[in-house]
Write a new protein. Sequence first.
Length: 252
Amino acid sequence: MANSADKSQIDPDRIPRHVAIIMDGNGRWARQKGHLRIFGHKHGVRTVRNVIEAAVELGIQYLTLYAFSTENWNRPEAEVNALMELLVQTIKGETPTMMENGIRLQAIGNIEKLPPGCNKQLQETVNTTKDNKRMTLILALSYSGRWDIIEAVRKIADQVKSGTIQPEEINEEVLGAALNTAAYPNPDLLIRTSGEHRISNFLLWEIAYSEFHFTPVLWPDFTPDDLYKAVLDYQGRQRRFGKTGEQIQPVH
Ligand code: IPE
Ligand code: IPE
Ligand code: MG
């Protein structure tokens, strides 16, 4: 069990700069309580609010939340519509709080596919919050890692076609710069709730060296204490990036 001592154990000098979360388990949470799935999504929004606040307080600079995947368009129409409605309401309702807390909202994904009202609200809040500096909140909406990589490859192919770049000049930097996530550092810590141990087409390119933290907690039940636990788990890891442990921390 997480307890309030967890926060005090966190080393403030080694806070992950970028945390990405696969917020999963809303549907199961609702079903367990005998409710419709959308009830779980509504409660999931409350968790989003609490986690954002806790992340800002910890000094996390980038928080990416997987809110809707490319594949989620295949869910029943009523659920998709309800999720989109919830999204507009939440973004609108949370804009003043984002302003108070210095949060800059950004989005990654095929946002042109979102209903026009949803897209409009998103653009509006992105614009209103654009100068905020304390934390960047990145919503992954109609997003998938493969979609982004394909889009990036198309952009690069166009550049090759027009002669602005030669095929042999294509490297990690070039591909990384063509992705939706180009402006952000790679996630240091990736969290998935609900006990599933998979990536579900999230930041495929960017998580090459992220630390993973899986928790059985369903998203509506995820608390700031669960976030602290994940950060502590992260702080206990040795990130080697292919090197040996001794290279990272020499033995004297
Ligand atoms: C995550 O919860 C929210 C979205 C994917 C939009 P789910 O809706 O996937 O909940 P489960 O996994 O069915 O319990
Ligand atoms: C991943 O959850 C997508 C989001 C959290 C938005 P899913 O519930 O869609 O993933 P799968 O289908 O269990 O892999
Ligand atoms: Mg799910």
